[in-house]
Design a protein around this ligand. Sequence first.
Ligand code: HEM
Length: 159
Amino acid sequence: MTGVTGPAGGAGSGRRRLIPVGGQRRPDGEAMPVVNLFDAVGGQGFFDELVERFYRGVEGDPLLRPLYPDDLTESKRHLALFLGQYWGGPATYSEERGHPRLRMRHLPFAIGEAERDAWLRHMTAALDSLVVERDVHPAIEARMIDYFVMAADAMVNTR
Ligand code: HEM
């Protein structure tokens, strides 16, 4: 414990990414209870498994595979910790890697629309299979897909 970084990296962190459960408002107008998405999906294990499945797709992808190192162990760990932190889990990613600065970290790789689409295809396939198995609420899946679409597009650096 460093005790200096604050919960999940401070302001704007995933801890505030609360999601309504089961809809926007109850009939009496009260807001629905909200939960942290990280907790709602069962914690870090969900993101570890999501990333395992995602990289299985990457491993068989002739466009993406050459971009990644031969040994994917650290790549898996970094992505899983980043996603856990983003959605409200512990700030382990930032403690180990510093500020995410994802766009900057991706600049060494030429990412065009084809790479973006391939990345998204593997991530959505991984997510689809996992949410079915773990009975995750569709609102949670939708939130995550929206984020992945936005984030993957932000990584395109060839236009
Ligand atoms: C759009 C297509 C994308 C491609 C082709 C791509 C490719 C890569 C590559 C080649 C690496 C380096 C591998 C490594 O460090 O082991 C990497 C690292 C990483 N990517 Fe992506 N990426 C994409 C999108 C994304 C998105 C949308 C996210 C987040 C939602 C993301 C999160 C990360 C993280 C957290 C790392 C590790 C950064 C670190 O070094 O700490 N990537 N990516």
